[in-house]
Design a protein around this ligand. Sequence first.
Ligand code: ATP
Ligand code: MG
Length: 205
Amino acid sequence: MTVGQVDGVTSARRGRRIGVFGGTFDPPHIGHLVAAIDAHQVLGLDVVLLVVANAPWQKLGERSISPAADRLAMVEAAVAGRLGLEVSDVEIRRGGLSYTADTLTALLAEEPDAELFVILGNDAAAGFATWERHEEVAEMATLVVVDRPGTPTPIDDGFSWIRIDIPELEISSTELRQRVVDGRSVEYLTPPGVVAYLRERDLYS
Ligand code: ATP
Ligand code: MG
């Protein structure tokens, strides 16, 4: 693990250490879950929040996205009973486009002493500079990147990053959706509760 600079603001805080792992989670899979538990453990976090995007601005118009309620229910099923991982519906409750800057502001309004860590796959991290108010995000939280398999994407070194090593799992929600279309099983790529939910709701087929 390489540790970046932790700015004075975050290091001075004494509250809970909270990981913020945002995503569309359409559907969630073991790649997300292993990243979340490793961040939890390696960084000694009190909790990792899997924040389900309401309307992910990066994906608008690309394809139809499952209803937020279904994505939320699948993430709930995925982390059920796993201490340290929690689902957050803050972006869904807020409605509209999902910006991490707003989410962090809301978390800090509730817990001003919290120390926040934003967890990102390297594909998401590569686009960080295009995020709405990304400088604010970098001020409010420590940025944590996990690698996904494939060509390493250069990450904006204008910001300091913590990188944690996780097993690189070549898996994406896109692949799970395609497997359902193709009539192939998604078992073991996502927890049983998620498999059951997407079958019951007939998602992606
Ligand atoms: P899609 O294929 O629909 O884009 P996805 O698998 O990339 O789905 P997202 O919901 O887009 O999942 O990603 C949420 C976050 O999880 C992002 O930061 C992304 O980089 C990270 N992530 C997704 N899959 C993995 C994986 N296999 N390993 C590590 N991080 C991952
Ligand atoms: Mg993605």
